[in-house]
Design a protein around this ligand. Structure first.
Ligand code: NAD
Length: 338
């Protein structure tokens, strides 16, 4: 099948070509993001392959459909950037990669947690500059803390399991309880109660209408002073403006972000010789108690190989008129509130 691969980076080309061992599919790699301005590039392709910051709203989907696109292969797990109701209406099939090493994201989350609790990033830049002073780098033990996870699906469950290894209390909130976690001693709490007791909070629920700006002034006010917030899920779970206020007042003690609500205009690109025009991220980046990574939590050899293989399996299945393994169907849409 002819596939237009949007938002291509050199590593995407490498892992998709590697997974396409039988050379059944013909990829055209396009380095721009898919949106209303670039959608014309999909002309002549029955399939588009897209990533987290490609925009598949009503306008783009309608245009894709008119151009003859029938299958959308997401090479990611999250699917908040696709209007499924419109895709369903147009009869377009959407496949994603539901699981590809959830360990990659969970482990990155723990990495952010330790980097913040022990000031590792600041220590690294100091010693690189020959500054071996440890003034101002005082950290704290995770062991005695209460760690909280919101969303205990594939990634959140592994994060919670890893957190139990530190020996403190691990609490969780989810619409569905995971019995394996309960057996491990993870306590499920109502959201309000969880927000009030955690020292470290990690977000792993998907971005939906319900979870949009889950972390905002109201919920930050409910938290303990000095709380650490980690977001490796989706940027818009966090209201950036309210988080900046929380960091300035000290209510938020530290923040680890792998995702940012306006990341589409920044992440995956090199702006090191340019002025950053987004004032919110520019402010976030200068706090000493913040670590930002650029949506790289998924980026391990193990995960990208998994993404390549499932993406090819999805395209194969669509071509063979069987159900793609990562099919997103109506059942999956039901939890949405809109
Ligand atoms: P999953 O579907 O396995 O789990 C999501 C969990 O969240 C489910 O248990 C669900 O019941 C729960 N949930 C849904 N709405 C909720 C709400 N409002 N409050 C509390 N819990 C809620 O998903 P997953 O594979 O664990 O992925 C989680 C998220 O991680 C994805 O949605 C994606 O946005 C993000 N992600 C990020 C990266 C990255 O590189 N940073 C990579 C992959 C996925």
């Amino acid at each position: 099948m002819k596939v237009a691969v949007f938002s291509t980076k050199p590593y995407d080309e490498e892992f998709l070509n590697k997974a396409n061992v039988k050379k059944k599919h013909e990829f055209t790699f396009i380095d721009v993001r898919l949106n209303k301005h670039t959608v014309v590039l999909a002309k002549g392709f029955p399939c588009v392959c897209v990533f987290v910051n490609d925009v598949l709203d009503v306008e783009v989907l309608d245009h894709l459909h008119k151009l003859g696109v029938r299958f959308i292969a997401l090479r990611c797990a999250g699917f908040n950037n696709v209007d499924f109701y419109e895709a369903e209406k147009l009869g377009m099939v959407v496949g994603r990669v539901p699981a590809y090493s959830p360990y990659s994201i969970a482990e990155h989350t723990i990495g952010l947690m330790l980097a913040l609790s022990r000031n590792i990033c600041r220590a690294y830049t100091r010693t690189r500059n020959g500054n071996f002073s440890i003034d101002g780098l005082l950290g704290y033990d995770i062991h005695s803390k209460t760690l909280g996870v919101i969303g205990t699906g594939k990634i959140g469950a592994i994060t919670a399991k890893l957190m139990t290894a530190f020996g403190g209390r691990v609490v969780a909130y989810d619409i569905h309880q995971n019995p394996e976690l309960v057996q491990l001693g993870v306590e499920y709490l109502p959201l309000d109660e969880l927000l009030g007791c955690v020292d470290i909070l990690s977000l792993h629920c998907p971005l939906t209408d319900e979870s949009h700006h889950l972390i905002c002034k109201k919920t930050i006010d409910q938290m303990k002073p000095g709380v650490m917030i980690l977001n490796t899920s989706r940027g818009a779970l966090v209201d950036t403006e309210d988080v900046i206020v929380g960091l300035k007042s000290g209510k938020i003690g530290s923040l680890g972000l792998d995702v940012y609500e306006e990341e589409a205009n920044l992440f995956f690109e090199d702006y090191s010789d340019k002025v950053i025009l987004d004032d919110q991220i520019a402010r976030i980046l200068v706090f000493p108690n913040v670590v930002v990574t650029s949506h790289q939590a998924y980026f391990t050899v193990d995960a990208v190989e998994g993404i390549g293989n499932t993406t090819i399996a999805n395209i194969d299945a669509f071509e063979n008129e069987t159900l793609p393994p990562g099919l997103i169907n109506w059942e999956m849409l039901k939890p949405r509130t809109c």
